[in-house]
Ligand binder design. Structure first.
Ligand code: SF4
Length: 330
């Protein structure tokens, strides 16, 4: 059964400063934080929906710095959410926060209140890049927060951004390797987008920042997916969710509504290239893991087309005996 979230956005509350790239109101579509009463109504509605399965659904507070919001508001939100977990109407509570706003006592408190997973907005593990983007924390803060999350028995998630001002492909690869060393359960990868009303937008408009092109972001993210996959770390999100408010706030940068599909397709392009390297023109029957045929033929068939141009026609079949991201010639 697929896992799902009841997502609740808490924009900007609790953030001690504004990061260079951040306009949370645009990204989340939420102009203000919900009241505890609104959260209660939303959760009641969600659990009454036909087909709702609490055993496979978490309550997720995203978007701000949950552990740094006004304690009274934070506890009021937990007072609303925790009973859903205790009654078995939700599998747990997932939240995101800043690495410098989570220590051991706070992590233990969250665990006692029904929280099961904490995602840390680490973004980059290079102190120079963090400072340049006004993150207000260091890579060591990320490591310390990871230790606190683990010691409290919580699931650990890490979020990274690629293409930030001051970063290059090498910096981003080192961030991913530092993440692997921290052994998170999950990772999210967000190529940096230039959003309206941000410091980054001002830099972009005066020519002091150039975002990754879509092609660069796809190529880089495909490599990062490979790296996390080989470390058996689940990447649960790639690229920002395409919605109306994001589209309105987006100024520049590698946004695509099917960004993950493009990256998965790119991974298979490399695998197909290896599997068919040096082989003559002709038709090839290839087996891939269940659910991977569309990734293998590529976004809108781009991989199949590229091979056809060099005379290699492929027929792709799903086969339960084939591992994900491998190709078997049949
Ligand atoms: S900590 Fe997160 S929510 Fe707060 S300003 Fe930075 S990116 Fe935005």
């Amino acid at each position: 059964m697929k896992h799902g979230n009841i997502g609740l956005f808490i924009p900007h509350l609790g953030c001690p400063q504004r990061c260079s790239f951040c306009n949370q109101n645009r990204i989340s579509g939420a102009a203000r934080a919900p009241s505890p009463e609104e959260v209660a109504r939303l959760l009641e509605g969600a659990v009454r929906a036909p087909g709702f399965d609490g055993a496979h659904c978490e309550i997720a507070f995203f978007g701000g710095s949950f552990t740094a919001v006004d304690p009274a508001y934070r506890e009021a939100l937990l007072d609303v959410a925790e009973p859903f977990v205790r009654r078995g109407q939700a599998a747990g509570i997932r939240l995101s926060t800043r690495p410098d706003c989570l220590d051991g006592p706070m992590a233990r408190h969250l665990a006692a209140r029904g929280v099961t997973a904490v995602e840390l907005g680490a973004q980059c593990m290079d102190d120079g890049v963090l400072a340049k983007n006004r993150r207000g924390h260091t890579a060591e803060d990320v490591r310390a927060a990871c230790r606190a999350v683990r010691a409290a028995g919580l699931e650990l998630g890490l979020q990274m951004m690629t293409g930030l001002p001051g970063a290059d492909r090498e910096t981003d690869r080192r961030t991913a390797e530092a993440f692997v060393a921290l052994a998170p359960d999950t990772v999210r990868i967000y190529p940096t987008l230039v959003m309206r009303d941000t410091e980054l937008c001002a830099l972009y408009e005066k020519g002091a920042y150039a975002p990754l092109s879509l092609e660069e972001a796809v190529e880089q993210t495909a490599a990062l997916l490979r790296l996390f996959d080989s470390a058996r770390i689940r990447v649960i999100r790639v690229g920002l969710h395409p919605d109306e408010s994001l589209a309105k706030g987006w100024v520049a940068g590698p946004f695509h509504p099917a960004f993950r599909e493009l990256c998965e397709s790119r991974r298979y392009a490399a695998l197909l290239g290896e599997a068919l390297a040096g082989l003559p023109a002709g038709e090839y029957r290839l087996g891939v893991a269940p659910g991977h045929a569309s990734k293998a033929v590529g976004h809108r068939g781009e991989n199949r087309r590229a091979l056809a141009e060099r005379g290699q026609r492929i027929k792709v079949y799903e086969d339960g005996a084939v591992a994900p991201y491998t190709i078997r010639r049949m």
